[in-house]
Design a protein around this ligand. Structure first.
Ligand code: HEM
Length: 394
């Protein structure tokens, strides 16, 4: 059966800032829908996205995961790391990346994170309006890059720019694409040119360089792994955390649930990840015919996997556009699923939980002015979140 076409663009600034109406229209059209430009089929419903992410032997990442030809050629023939590799090569990269990020490896960081972020929260209570994105949501993710990964100062200052540019190159070709590509390559060069003596002693990056001496990996591979630890860890977590703050401010009844029962912190973080729909999409290439619903995608076809839409699918989640702190949607797809599921998810959740704990313990009331959307071809969220925190009720 042929699939319907969705004629509106998902890539204008307006659509990127307000994507959820588009996502719903696409879901309602069918399990597989073609975008008009770029002319690609998309999977947007929860079950179809989850099934596709499970079929990593048929829907490959190694041919690139972007929506444009140039980035996909770079993904296929250029530098490899976990997100753009398959099979045995993917397992090898994944193993190297996962080692410092497993729950047991990061467990001891929790009390430290809680102390650090509680100080930040207390400093803002009753201080008037501040940008929570810059002051709270980015605080732990940036500290991790400097303290734990151990990247030198100059790189740290630029990582956000490199990361945003990398995510921009995932979208379709448009004005500014080549500028983003150039910035992305500047970042890659920085990581590959890193010298062991520039790294923070004892950090994850420095430890990786020791494994070069032991013959476990090459200098080049170590650069790739450090890049994999640093670049995808910042904006993703910051945007998901911003969404948590925005929704708590917009929904005082959900905030009151947290105050009444702090045991809901884990649930609220899962809900913020689901609702935040931070990663919009990546693509896969079918190396065999692949069926989704009543549509067969032919071998060689590239398909867009819409994580963000799947998390708002009313076929799976009741009232999906509402933030419900005690929903605990542990099966959300914000962190992917299957072979390529997010490697940094335990760290991201730990950072978000530490912030929420600090808020619950130190704040009674949250007020917010309208947040500013973050316009990016692959990530959704808010760039600036003007917040006020009070330790008393009105
Ligand atoms: C809330 C924050 C985060 C979100 C929403 C997020 C989202 C995702 C998603 C959806 C995927 C799957 C991609 C795919 O299917 O191809 C993924 C993979 C990945 N993430 Fe995250 N991520 C977050 C935080 C982090 C952090 C903190 C790190 C590193 C410290 C990280 C590192 C990675 C890596 C290396 C992969 C590739 C895994 C693979 O291909 O095997 N992420 N992430």
């Amino acid at each position: 059966m042929s699939a319907p076409i969705y004629r509106e663009s998902l890539f204008t600034d307006q659509a990127l800032a307000h994507p959820f109406g588009h996502y719903k229209s696409i879901r309602d059209l069918g399990p597989v829908v073609y975008l008009k430009k770029p002319k690609l089929p998309v999977l947007s419903r929860y079950e179809d996205v989850k099934n596709a992410l499970r079929k990593s032997d048929v829907l490959l990442s190694g041919h690139g995961i972007s929506l444009n030809l140039i980035s996909n050629l770079i993904g296929r023939f250029g530098e490899k790391t976990a997100p753009n590799s398959d099979g045995a090569q993917h397992k090898r990269y994944r193993k190297q990346l996962m080692a410092p990020l497993m729950p047991a490896a990061i467990e001891s960081l929790q009390p430290k994170f809680e102390t650090m972020i509680a100080e930040q929260v207390r400093a803002q209570v009753s201080k008037g309006t501040f940008d929570a994105g810059g002051v709270l949501s980015s605080y732990l993710p940036l500290s991790v890059v400097s303290m734990l990964v151990g990247i030198p100062e100059q790189g740290r200052r630029n990582i956000m720019t490199w990361a945003v540019a990398s995510f921009e190159t995932v979208g379709p070709l448009k004005k500014g694409y080549f500028g983003h590509l150039k910035t992305m390559f500047q970042g890659r060069r920085f990581f590959h040119d890193l010298k062991p003596e520039e790294l923070v002693a004892g950090g994850w990056a420095a430890q990786l360089y020791e494994s070069i001496d032991q013959g476990v990996m090459t200098l080049h591979e170590a650069g790739q792994v450090i890049l994999g630890l640093a670049l995808p860890s910042l904006d993703t977590t910051i945007l998901a955390t911003n969404n948590l703050l925005v929704e708590l401010a917009r929904n005082p009844q959900e905030w009151q649930k947290m105050k009444a029962d702090p045991a809901l912190i884990t649930s609220a973080v899962n809900e913020a990840l689901r609702h935040g729909a931070t990663l919009r999409w990546f693509t896969r290439k079918a190396v065999e015919d692949y069926r989704a619903g009543d549509v067969v995608l032919r071998k060689g076809q590239r398909v867009v996997i819409m994580y963000g839409s799947a998390n708002r699918d009313e076929r799976h989640f009741v009232s999906p556009d509402s933030f419900i702190a005690d929903r605990n949607p542990r099966d959300h797809l914000a962190l992917g699923h299957g072979a390529h599921a997010c490697i940094g998810q335990h760290l991201a959740k730990m950072e978000m939980k530490a912030l929420l704990k600090a808020l619950v313990e130190n704040v009674e009331r949250i007020e917010m002015d309208e947040p500013t959307p973050f316009i990016n071809s692959a990530l959704f969220g808010y760039r600036k979140v003007p917040l006020r925190l009070f330790n008393h009720l009105p």
